[in-house]
Design a protein around this ligand. Structure first.
Ligand SMILES: [Zn+2]
Ligand SMILES: [Zn+2]
Length: 159
């Protein structure tokens, strides 16, 4: 298995070669903060399987044992790294992969700290396609500056 990914701006790109160990969503308060999301979605790989193909992450040591990696330019959360090396493993945020759908979570951890309303999320009303189109029509067309979901030759892109 070979999977690629990177941050939103494209300054940091990675590839993993080899099988994923496991995938999870972690509900702990640190993962909520580190991702700015509702939980930390991570896919664990042997550290040796990870290749930084463009740039390097910055890290913040958020506890004695764990550092969080992110893009220093755009802030996208990228890694969960145990100081011990976690037996030589590294967690990568599932949403940073070019195809997050390839890495469905296998388990939920630290569930005692989960945000209670997450359990009701699937019951929250969803906008219809018509409502989405009406919403989009209120704004000028979107010109994305997000890196595409695949590796590209030229960086930074010429605009
Ligand atoms: Zn970036
Ligand atoms: Zn966590």
């Amino acid at each position: 298995m070979s999977l690629s990914g990177g941050c939103q701006c494209g300054a940091v790109r990675f590839r993993v070669e080899g099988a994923v160990r496991h995938t999870s969503v972690c509900h702990c308060r640190m993962c909520q903060k580190a991702t700015g999301g509702l939980f930390g979605p991570y896919a664990s790989f042997p550290a040796a399987a990870l290749i930084w193909t463009r740039g390097q992450r910055k890290t913040f040591q958020n506890s004695d044992f764990i550092a969080r990696g992110f893009c220093g330019d755009c802030g996208t959360p990228l890694t969960f790294e145990a100081a011990s090396g976690d037996g030589g493993h590294i967690g990568l945020t599932i949403g940073a992969f070019d195809d997050p759908s390839a890495l469905p979570p296998q388990r939920q951890i630290m569930v005692a700290e989960r945000i209670a309303w997450i359990d009701a999320l699937s019951d929250v009303p969803m906008r219809t396609a018509e409502e989405e189109a009406a919403g989009a029509a209120k704004y000028p067309p979107v010109v994305s500056r997000q890196h595409p979901d695949h590796d590209i030759e030229t960086w930074p892109p010429t605009r």
